[in-house]
Design a protein. Structure first.
Lengths: 397, 343
């Protein structure tokens, strides 16, 4: 049957079709003269929708995006204590390099903040040598390492760090989707705790536009529509103790990161794919595969998704009362009953009745039962309730 | 080993409900499926007693199940509705002519009056002729834009109070994803609404199957042995929806509840004041609901009649230039004729 509905038409007419076309990835360089400063250069950096430019012009363009993201939103107060997350991906090294550069400029252009670097050790210590090299290169920065699932107080500086066995009680969750979602929330909680421990008021995360596009779709698929704005915004204030999470690279794309890595000879030691941990099917892995495929075949669609995220507004928290936020992800709870959530519970209720519905169809009693189930776990948001439902035993701590 | 029906009716389960994961026997599934739609209709106050409601019928599974369930619930719960079937004949040989036979079968089975409106009588063009003009690209634009308006025209003609469409939960989740993929915040705001339109000048459209899974609709139609038409349209499918659909199907395999979760997410989204808002007005030419002047249907029709079928495809400025150029050429020709006549 025809599947085209009235939503398929935009104001410009035409059933929208996705335009095939890939943005060049990888470093494609040639020699020539820079179209910006007119100087001859061995390497010209040609980005989509930009004229070819020399290395210095490209670097100042990319660094400007970073500074502009922070500056335009006035998101970073002077002399703030910043915790920078490095995970070994290209983007995180770019952020480290940019922040280091911003600190070494003359007084007028200098970014006034005190930065520390945090690496979360998830898979043993085979990346320690790379970290030591980074420590040498970006000398004044202090580097800290903590193991995933460890207590915040077990934080060590890189010089003294040795991996120990963490006996954290892993929650038993049935599906990979729930495990990954729970893992992400736990990671955020750990970052917040470490930042508080180091008395940092701000945390820098190295998400770029394509990772945020993936995050947007993932959050929507997980039922986190109410809080998705903060998942992809420049400033996320859901960490503990009023610590702000900032994403200053959000306007950079993959190609710019690759060029920057090449220009500054950075050596990423984990790829984005490895961070996904597993190739098995979960909503998160399927979504990142979907976006990766779009990136190859319909690159402009990825930036459209990212820009959609820019238009979504965060729900205003009326006060800082902790009872209005989810105990796991700290998003604002939606206390108004949703018809959609009620419909799910109503489905469960009628499934239990079956043919008996025909004899005594008491819609009000069934709806009452559905409402009771819906209001059972009041302190969790819908998506975190989904995690809770997949626990084999106990409650989310 | 066969599993017992979750409703403890004593029967063995015949199916597993994709929506809740419950194993049910056929009869319990029918009862649950119908009770849910009844609940949606009542709790969302979709209809009022005494109203005349047009069921948009294409002959496909969704509209067939909708017509069947609407008739059944109207009688069982005494809604007091006057139900009619409304079909649009786009004029696609080998597709719509066959599916209309199914709709006629529904009319006889459910004893509901049927009104068929054709593109031919409304616009003077059939889809077959439009495709002959424009080719296989962009043809769905004509079909979809004309159908949207044709339903409004049909509803006005029948004097109904609302139009019930067969959009199911999968369709709505798909639309949420599609609108994110193309950054259409105006439609993202309203695509999860169970009722759209319905101002002073338009007839509201409602989606009683909003919370029904496509798989359950297929199961219901299959076990109830309803007659429906399931052939794909002979013309090309749509790219954005196709991508969103394939993605959603993959997600659904991993976690079936994802469909409802996406609808929920779509409902929870709030937009910045700077984001585009939907504007609904009335087309000055034809008087039907439109967000622009003139409405898309009028522009497309003008393009067909002027011999410029690409007029409504793409940017408005481009269309304006095409019209200006054609007017200029016509004026030139007219002047040439005048000169000739002078002799």
């Amino acid at each position: 049957m025809c599947s085209i509905g009235e939503d398929d038409f935009g104001d410009e007419g035409a059933t929208h079709a996705m335009l095939p076309g890939s943005s060049a990835t990888g470093t494609v360089l040639s020699a020539g003269s820079c179209s910006k400063c007119n100087l001859a250069s061995d390497e010209l950096y040609k980005l989509n929708f930009r004229a070819a430019e020399c290395q210095l012009c490209f670097l100042s363009y990319a660094r400007h995006k970073f500074r502009a993201a922070l500056g335009a939103a006035k998101a970073l107060p002077r002399s703030a204590e910043v915790l920078l997350l490095v995970d070994g991906s290209g983007a995180s090294l770019v952020l480290l390099d940019m922040l280091h550069f911003a600190q070494t400029q003359n007084t007028f252009k200098r970014l006034h903040c005190n930065a520390r670097v945090l690496y979360i050790d998830a898979c043993g210590n085979d990346s320690l040598s790379s970290l030591h090299k980074l420590h040498e290169r970006y000398a004044p920065f202090e580097f800290y390492v903590i193991q995933l699932n460890a207590e915040p107080k077990s934080l060590q500086s890189l010089k003294e760090y040795s991996a120990s066995i963490v006996n954290a009680t892993q929650q038993e969750l049935r599906s990979l989707t729930a495990r990954q979602d729970y893992g992400l929330q736990q990671r955020k909680r750990l970052i917040g705790a470490v930042a508080a421990h180091l008395q940092c008021s701000h945390v820098f995360e190295s998400s770029i536009s394509s990772t945020l596009a993936t995050q947007l779709l993932t959050s929507v698929a997980l039922g986190r529509g109410g809080s998705v704005a903060l998942d992809v915004a420049l400033l996320d204030d859901r960490l503990q103790d009023d610590i702000k999470l900032l994403r200053p690279l959000k306007d950079l794309n993959e190609q710019e990161v690759q060029f920057y890595v090449h220009a500054q000879q950075l050596q990423p030691f984990t790829s984005e794919n490895e961070l996904d941990q597993s190739s098995a099917a979960s909503l998160q892995n399927l979504t990142s595969a979907f976006v990766a495929n779009l990136q190859i075949n319909y690159a402009s669609t990825v930036s459209t998704i990212f820009r959609t995220g820019d238009k979504i507004a965060a729900k205003q928290q009326t006060n800082v009362d902790p009872t209005t936020t989810c105990t796991l992800c700290h998003s604002v709870l939606d206390h108004q009953l949703s018809d959609t959530l009620l419909a799910i519970e109503y489905s469960r209720a009628v499934s239990e009745m079956g043919v008996a519905l025909q004899q005594h169809d008491n819609m009000e009693a069934l709806e009452q039962r559905a409402r009771q189930r819906l209001t059972a776990a009041q302190d969790l948001c819908h998506a975190c309730r989904n995690i809770q439902a997949e626990l084999t035993s106990g409650n989310i701590p | 080993m066969p599993i017992d029906c979750k409703a403890k009716c004593g029967n063995k389960a015949a199916l597993k409900r994709p929506k809740t994961g419950d194993a049910l026997c056929k009869d319990c599934f029918f009862a649950a499926f119908e009770a849910e739609i009844h609940h949606t209709i009542v709790s969302s106050r979709l209809f009022r007693r005494g109203e005349k409601v047009a069921v948009a019928a294409s002959g496909g599974k969704d509209s067939t199940v909708l017509a069947h369930v609407m008739k059944l619930l109207n009688e069982r719960h005494d809604y007091g509705l006057d139900l009619v079937l409304l079909s649009i004949d786009e004029g696609i040989t080998g597709y719509r002519d066959d599916s209309l036979e199914t709709v006629k079968q529904n009319r006889d089975d459910y004893q509901m009056p049927l009104k068929i409106l054709s593109y031919e009588e409304l616009y003077g063009w059939t889809m077959d002729r439009i495709v002959a003009q424009i080719g296989r690209s962009n043809n769905c634009t004509f079909c979809g834009v004309f159908r949207r308006q044709a339903l409004d025209r049909g509803a006005k003609l029948l004097g109904v109070d609302s139009i019930a469409t067969g959009h199911n939960a999968d369709d709505i989740a798909e639309t949420v994803l599609m609108n994110i993929l193309r950054g259409d915040t105006a439609r993202l705001r309203r695509c999860t609404n169970i009722r759209t339109g319905g101002g002073e000048d338009s007839i509201p459209r409602v989606k009683p199957l909003k919370y029904s899974y496509e798989k359950e609709i297929v199961m219901y139609a299959h076990y109830k042995r309803l007659v429906y038409f399931s052939t794909e349209c002979v013309f090309a499918p749509n790219a954005y929806r196709g991508h969103a659909r394939a993605f959603l199907k993959d997600l659904e395999k991993v976690r079936p509840s994802v469909i409802m979760d996406i609808i929920y997410s779509g409902e929870q989204l709030r937009f910045k004041d700077t984001a585009k808002k939907p504007v609904r007005g009335i087309c000055e030419r034809c008087g039907f609901v439109s967000s622009q002047q003139p409405c898309k249907a009028c522009v497309l029709l003008e393009g067909l009649n002027r011999g410029l079928p690409k007029l409504g495809i793409g940017k408005k400025s481009k269309g304006d230039r095409m019209i200006a150029q054609q007017n200029q050429e016509l004026a030139l020709r007219e002047r040439a004729n005048l000169v000739k006549n002078d002799f």
